[in-house]
Ligand binder design. Structure first.
Ligand code: GLA
Length: 368
């Protein structure tokens, strides 16, 4: 075809116009995606771990805009809520439940039985000797009845047993005081007691390091065993404490895929993505830990891991019934002190000024 000069100019102009408009549309779409509140991007509860201090000031309004489910970060754990045999400390837990009720948010209760933050009195008698299995199970039942009973109908899901599985490759269950005194039975019993206290609540087994194939198989064995034995477990909680170097899409896909056929609902219960490569144990600070700047490279890498996660979550959207982030924004995270004390991390979707980071539009493209 012969193209005469003024026609060529018109064609070039048209092509330029089209490409500019296409660019503009993409930018507009991205802006629309990132302006949308996080909770409005998904058709399942989108939660956040909070303490009472998060529920005032600018964070309160921010939480109401972005999230529609709360998990008490510490207030319902055994130690904080039941510090002595005859003393329950309801204040913080009540304030979170009241806030959620007033504002129409759901609540995931966390947690009823854990080796950590469990007060010593549970396991010992007045002379300091270990109690019998019978006494420990009675105490567990009374505790669960009191806590679940108080919030019956207000808390839709509970992490009943947290982190009962060992991280040691050749050990099945964690060698906790629960296991030492009761044997494996305490796990099933905790579910039975929780079901007795609120038959309508969803009941979860919750754990971390879920992408390790060894730990994942142990989790699978535990939850399948409970389900097959008729124990009232309804869900599996994958904590999702991840980092810029893990999980890969393949690791996450095989993890969620493994649990997807069990007939249990799956929730991501404690999601955050550290900007430092994953380390599993606390360690002393090193000189290189001083480099805590949230650089564009770190932001881009983190956005990519978040994106990958949500791509896989979307694939399993029939099985995944909730996603909770562990803390509100980069203003404050437990990772600021773990695994290295006083090393600032930036693991969440919003920065310290509560402004969206690149990770937000990255995940919003996988809305469902
Ligand atoms: C675990 C627990 C949470 C919280 C985090 C760290 O994942 O389940 O309650 O303590 O560790 O903050």
């Amino acid at each position: 075809m012969k193209i005469i000069p003024h026609k060529l100019a018109a064609v070039v102009y048209l092509a330029l116009l089209l490409s500019c408009n296409a660019g503009k549309n993409i930018r507009q779409d991205q802006a629309a995606v990132s302006d949308k509140a996080l909770k409005d991007c998904f058709s399942i509860p989108i939660g956040v771990a909070v303490g009472p201090y998060n529920l005032k000031g600018d964070e309160a309004a921010f939480i109401l805009k972005q999230f529609n489910s709360l998990t008490p970060e510490n207030a319902m754990k055994m130690g904080p809520i039941h510090p002595r045999p005859d003393r329950y400390n309801w204040r913080d837990a009540d304030s979170i439940v009241d806030f959620a009720q007033r504002n129409g948010l759901r609540i995931r209760g966390h947690n009823l039985c854990w080796h950590n933050q469990a007060p010593g009195w549970f396991f010992t008698d007045s002379s300091g000797k270990a109690v019998s299995k019978e006494v420990l199970l009675r105490r567990l039942r009374e505790h669960i009845q009191a806590v679940v009973g108080r919030y019956k109908g207000k808390i839709y899901a509970w992490d009943v047993v947290n982190e009962a599985i060992s991280d040691k490759p050749d050990e099945y269950l964690r060698n906790s005081r629960w296991l030492q005194i009761c044997g494996e039975d305490y796990i099933a019993k905790a579910f039975e007691y929780a079901h007795e206290a609120d038959p309508d609540a969803l009941l979860f087994y919750n754990d971390y390091n879920e992408i390790s194939p060894i730990k994942r198989e142990k989790m699978y064995r535990l939850v399948k065993g409970l389900k097959d034995a008729g124990i009232p477990i309804t869900g599996i909680g994958l904590q999702g404490h991840w980092a810029i170097n893990e999980p890969s899409k393949a690791q996450l896909d095989s993890t969620i895929g493994r649990f997807a056929g069990l007939g249990l609902t799956i929730q991501i219960t404690e999601l955050d993505i550290s900007v430092y490569p994953k380390e599993h144990d606390a360690r002393p600070r090193r000189p290189e830990d001083a480099d805590t700047a949230f650089t564009p490279a770190r932001e881009a890498k983190q956005a990519e891991v978040y994106r990958n996660c949500f791509e896989v979550f979307k694939k399993y959207r029939k099985q995944i019934s909730g996603i909770t982030f562990w803390n509100v924004s980069d203003r404050s995270s437990w990772l600021d002190d773990f695994p290295v004390r006083n090393r600032k991390d930036h693991p969440l979707l919003f920065d310290s000024n509560l402004k969206p980071k690149k990770a937000l539009p990255a995940i919003a493209q996988y809305s469902w």
